[in-house]
Design a protein around this ligand. Structure first.
Ligand SMILES: Nc1ncnc2c1ncn2[C@@H]1O[C@H](COP(=O)(O)OP(=O)(O)OP(=O)(O)O)[C@@H](O)[C@H]1O
Ligand SMILES: [Mg+2]
Length: 332
């Protein structure tokens, strides 16, 4: 297909999609939305609002009653369902690793279905386990029950990446985890996405999770989309009262206030050798302004001064880290 080589970038478009189940439940009501390519889009909303139904339409586990879904302007109704599903990674809450298969065989599942050769599969399994921070020599031969919940979820993520799909669907992948593993996996997913730049659709119940990892957030309510914005926009402007309540005033204030704090409290002394550029800034600078400076000069480190004296430094990484820990979204 010529579309594959030309301008094929894996954007997903819903055109007036309605889903009515046999019992009459309308899970989606005339939804039109474009999910951008190479970005992480989070879908969030109350239980039963249609998040899973929306997601399952992308790999044709659900078929629209009305309307159509397109991947790069090709209607997916014209694709073979099995072939389509093999080309899209899918991670769910209880990942459903196959219990009697080793971790290695679980990760190799789709590549094997696709008929890759053995050497290529083996190399790929090692690479993927490494990517999600599981040492292949330790984990490859184990069975799922010999792993913690967090480790199993990492295997689920590497299995979804195995055949190098351009689109990955994740339905509350981290919600069964304890807060610490959860936060760690969020950070790793974000780091991973910087490298792999897939079109990721990520369903969650957790607003902090959405704000921390997403490039775009879709807020749903009763089968419809209330708002789609970047996390920063969402905190600035809420389209409806529902969205405002859903995010919560406390969270909105926390995010706004963090950016207004002075950088002094994040200033540290580093005694390593720094070969990059250093830019001097006053310790009274706000976090938002410091982020703007670091965005403009991404390779630099800030030397924080008081009365012309350098009192310490701030690096890109440590500031973004502090920002994320305070629930503030920053483009990175
Ligand atoms: N097979 C089905 N038959 C009938 N109704 C269904 C079916 N699957 C889902 N529904 C209904 O469609 C609506 C949307 O369900 P969906 O699973 O998409 O919600 P959700 O937003 O993912 O919820 P949750 O956050 O609880 O996972 C719900 O009212 C649900 O009961
Ligand atoms: Mg769901």
């Amino acid at each position: 297909m010529s579309q594959i080589s030309k301008g094929w970038n894996f954007m997903i478009r819903f055109d007036n999609v309605t889903k009515r189940f046999d019992d009459g439940t309308e899970a989606l009501k005339c939804v039109s939305v474009t999910i951008p390519a190479h970005k992480l889009t989070a879908i969030i909303g109350p239980s039963g609002c249609g998040k899973t139904t929306l997601m399952r339409m992308i790999n044709r586990l659900e078929i629209p009653t009305e309307g159509a879904v397109y991947i790069d302007e090709l209607p997916i109704s014209e694709r073979d369902g099995v072939e389509l599903r093999r080309s899209i990674g899918y991670v769910i809450q209880r990942i459903g690793l196959i219990p009697h298969m080793t971790i290695e065989d679980n990760v190799a599942l789709v590549p094997e279905l696709l008929g890759w050769d053995k050497m290529k599969i083996e190399a790929r399994v090692d690479e993927l386990l490494g990517l999600v921070d599981l040492d292949p020599s330790v984990f490859k031969k184990r069975y799922p029950f010999e792993l913690s919940g967090g480790q199993q979820q990492r295997v689920g993520v590497s299995r979804a990446l195995a055949s190098n799909p351009k689109i990955i669907l994740m339905d509350e992948p981290f919600s069964a985890l304890d807060p610490i593993s959860r936060e760690q996996l969020q950070k790793e997913l974000k780091k991973l996405q910087r490298k792999i730049r897939k079109t990721i659709v990520f369903v969650t119940h957790d607003m902090d999770e959405a704000l921390a990892i997403a490039d775009q957030i879709i807020i749903m309510r009763e089968g419809q989309i209330e708002q789609m914005s970047s996390p920063a926009e969402l905190v600035e402007n809420q389209a409806t009262d529902f969205v405002r309540e859903f995010i919560g005033q406390e969270r909105i204030d926390r995010q706004r206030n963090f950016g207004q704090r002075s950088i002094k409290e994040f200033t540290r002394f580093y005694d390593d050798t720094w070969s990059g550029e250093t830019r001097k800034v006053a310790s009274t600078l706000t976090v938002d302004d410091a982020i703007a400076v670091l965005d403009a000069y991404p390779t630099s480190r800030l030397a924080v001064t008081e009365a012309e004296e350098v009192i310490g430094y701030i690096g890109h990484h440590s500031l973004l880290q502090a920002a994320m820990e305070n629930g503030k979204w920053v483009q990175s």
